[in-house]
Write a new protein. Sequence first.
Lengths: 428, 137
Amino acid sequence: MYLADDEKAMLDGAGGVAKQKAMELLVRYARALGAERFVDTQNIAGVPGSSTLFLQKYFEEHSGDGGFEAVFSLYDLDAAEVMAVPEVGGNCCHLQGGMDLEHWADLGMSQEAMLHQRADEAELARHGVRIMKTCTPYLAGNLPVQGEHCAWMESSAVVYCNSVIGARTNTEGRESTSAAMLTGKIPDWGFHRDEYRHATHLIEVDTHVESVMDWGMLGYFAGYAVEENVPVLTGAIRQADPLRHKHFGAAAASSGGVEMYHIVGVTPEAANLEMVLAGRKPLVTIQYGAAERRRVYEMLNANGRDPNVDYVMLGCPHASIEQFRQVARLLNGKTIKTHLWMFTSRAVKTVADMNGFTKMIEDAGGLVMTDTCSAIARAVPKGTKVVALDSAKQTHYLPAMVDVGAWFGTTEDCIHAALTGRWTGELP
Amino acid sequence: MIILVGRGIVGGCAEGEALVTRQTISGWGGIDPMTGTIIETRHELRGQSFKDKVLVFPGAKGSSGWSNAFHMTRLTKSAPLALVFNQMTTKIALGAVVTRVPAVTELNEDPLDIIETGDWVKVDGDRGVVEITKKRT
């Protein structure tokens, strides 16, 4: 592969041993991909150096050091030695983590794990990484521009970055983002390149898609239908906004591997169908009508049997401020019968606090938490058997991860379940 | 013996019994990295472990935690012996690199049509060669 002078210099050790090891890992990765060169990136979102207690103890036991720089060196950079890690360059942020630092005990976390996370955060700050702690960096202060080359993790953020913003990123992983933070380089492959961004699969929507739930279900269908390919959707897909795109993309990236989608007349690289398909015929044309819509709903409710709900989880992907307003208004002055946890970023929570939304939710008996979610933390309230969700993504993951029954519906269905303890949602 | 030729993306040689699926695999949320077991709700391999098997599959899907989940299986000694797959993605490229097991893709014939669970498979990641000995039926 072609290496630019600055890349060769880093490989030769000119920037120090940590940059050298980071560059070596990126070269192994780029060669595996079959990439021909690197692209410069200054916008990197990952989880550098984070360690669970398992990782910390593993490296303490096997290498005599389980600290931040040890985990960054041995695990993130896959190096053989512990190195001094220099400050990162560019606009680097840390995505979601293990626990809310205030309500960690509710999540079943130990004080040891909480103190460990605090120590990791101090290290992140010392190394120049912005602590954002969310799967929705685009709602919390990292919003790229169209055409910007990024290196992001978090499948729901990646699909949003490519499809809605028109910036360019592949679904990077922990190791590649950590290496990119030190080098400012990522393989020039996939969604960094024009030819990869065209759609190959056409989904013709002939049912009305307007609600957040319907956008989520359509995304879930699209992921199953196209797997890792790029779909273009046509039809009556209404009321596009960040919230609806957030739910569509997260669902499509869970049931399949969708990293980019187009909606004709809606997303920035889809002015018309010919342009999106680069003048070619679609490889596959798929219909989404009333029957498919019902099948998706039934699939998402396949783990729903017992109507007695004991936990409602909201905020997957992390809740936006409009979702806080909606939930706060639905709960205002009432008392819930189940547990209710709502997850968001620290940035949005600050705004929710200022607007009184957090207090309204907590006065009703709910908890607002940041940094994580039930799936990431593998945490549900003690004794939970049945959970109600308004996110197709969380419905996809949570029952497999913590062995609970799950209902999927609208946010209103979920709040109704929280207030009554019973699931009564139906396909509208 | 059947020989397939492709492109090695991680070097080294390994051999063992094949575990084959026509369904893509999720990393984070799709496997238990402590045991190498597939946990995705509707996956045809749900409940089966790829530990010490040659994993033959179409490719990766799902969360960006794919590489991390497979990287973890290396630490817990639950990693597959080798990877044979069709669809190149950043998830699988990075995952294979950090799992550090021989990995081959772009084979001259679809390995999913040829390899069945239980076949004995030798993967040479340096030369990009996969040798298959069919199990006795």
